[in-house]
Every structure is written in C-alpha cells, then in structure tokens.
Design a protein around this ligand. Structure first.
Ligand SMILES: *Cc1c(COP(=O)(O)O)cnc(C)c1O
Length: 223
C-alpha cells in the first residue's frame, strides 16, 4: 500500500472532530511530500533537531507538532514555528517554552503529558503533579503559552481491555482538569491519544488527536 492509500484508508475511518497527526519521524522529506500531496497538513516529529532540519525543506503551510520527550535546551530549535507541543511534563519545561515563544513573538500551544501506562519508561505527569503546576504562581505568570489539553500513551500490549481502561483514565483526567481549571477556556479541548495499533480504541474513548506513524509511512528504520 502506498502512503496515499494508507492515508485515505485511515482518514475515512476518523469521525469529524478527530484530527490525524501524521508522525513522520525517521521518514524522508520525499515521503512527507507524498503525504502532503494527498492533502495532509499536520505532521509530528519527536526529535527537535530532526524537526528543525526538515521544516525549512517543506511547505510553509504544514502544521508541525512535537511529540517526544523535549529537553529544555532544545526548545529553541522548534520555538519559531511549532504549532503544538504534546509532551510537556514539567513546570520548568513550560517556563522555557514560554521564554522561547516570547523571544519569537509567539504563543505556543502545549499539551500536558500524563503517565497512564504500566511501563515506567514512559514520561508523564500524574494528576497531583499537574494540579501543582496549574495552581502555582509561576504558571499563572506565563504569558506566551496556552494549555490546549492533554496527551498520553497506553501500555504496549495485546491486552486491548487494558489499553481501553488507560484511555478512559486519560479522558477522566481531561474532564477533571477541564471542570476545575479550564471550564471557561475554549482553548483547552484536545485529548491526544491513539497510535497505529490502538487509535480506533482511542477514538471510541474520546480522542481528538490521533498520532499515527507506521500505518501511514510503514515501519521505521533506525540507522
Ligand atoms: C512514534 C510515535 C507515535 C506513532 O507511533 P506508530 O505506532 O508508528 O503509529 C505516536 N506517538 C508518539 C509519542 C510517538 O513517539
């Protein structure tokens, strides 16, 4: 199946209100262009330097998302153009993003990443840590970031009941934060959950952003 056919097959199954984020990490500019030519405009990468190298080579109407663990000293590479950072897991990172956004005269939208999986290798906050950030004075002073919602990754497992429970948990976290901190903020509306193997479950549990890589571009080859 070609990239175009894969995209067509996947977008057909997504209900309105769910946006496809095409995860292009490790894939070439040519492969990204093939997806672009079918009309796909939203792409995501998980390495700041890879993203900042590809961005100038590709059309300027691409909406770039960042989905990986982001080190503070790498924020400057993506701050001039990134549309949404899915992986904010500390107040310190949020402060650096705010500072770099301000230098570029921008406001950068961010998602708080939550740890919902069983593995302890996956990054992310728990609800107490998130509330601590949202209630802090330091957070309230940030002017150049906007919290647009939350993100999470389910456990890598064949047990789809477990995956569903984890996504349901993330949706419950979203509802709790929405009610408590963002009830009057329409910008807080995204739930980024679901990848190639589990996006259908994620969509049925309320995802608004699915991050799909290998089902579009094929297996990644790490060199
Ligand atoms: C790589 C990656 C994806 C896409 O994974 P696929 O299984 O290839 O669809 C989604 N989210 C994050 C955070 C990733 O790093």
């Amino acid at each position: 199946m070609s990239i175009a056919e894969n995209l067509h097959r996947i977008t057909k199954t997504l209900p309105p209100g769910v946006k496809l984020v095409a995860v292009s990490k490790t894939h070439s500019v040519e492969e990204i262009m093939e997806a672009y030519q079918t009309g796909q405009r939203c792409f995501a990468e998980n390495k700041a330097q890879e993203l900042s190298a590809k961005q100038p080579l590709l059309p300027s109407d691409i909406e770039w998302h960042f989905i990986g663990h982001l080190q503070s000293n790498k924020v400057k590479y993506i701050a001039p153009f990134v549309s949404l950072i899915h992986s904010v897991d500390s107040l310190k990172l949020l402060q650096v993003i705010d500072k770099e956004a301000s230098k570029n005269g921008r406001t950068i939208s961010c998602l708080l990443q939550f740890h919902i999986a069983e593995e302890d290798t996956k990054f992310g906050l728990d609800i107490e840590e998130a509330e601590e950030i949202l209630e802090s004075k330091a957070y309230r002073e940030l002017k150049n970031i906007s919290i647009a919602g939350i993100m999470g990754m389910a456990t890598f497992t064949d047990d789809y009941d477990q995956v569903r429970r984890e996504f349901r948990h993330l949706k419950a976290i979203f509802d709790q934060l929405k009610g408590k901190y963002f009830a009057h903020d329409p910008a807080f509306r995204e739930i980024s959950m679901g990848m190639s193997d589990d996006y259908e479950i994620a969509v049925s549990e309320g995802s608004t952003l699915v991050r799909i890589g290998s089902s579009i571009f094929g297996a990644r080859i790490y060199t």
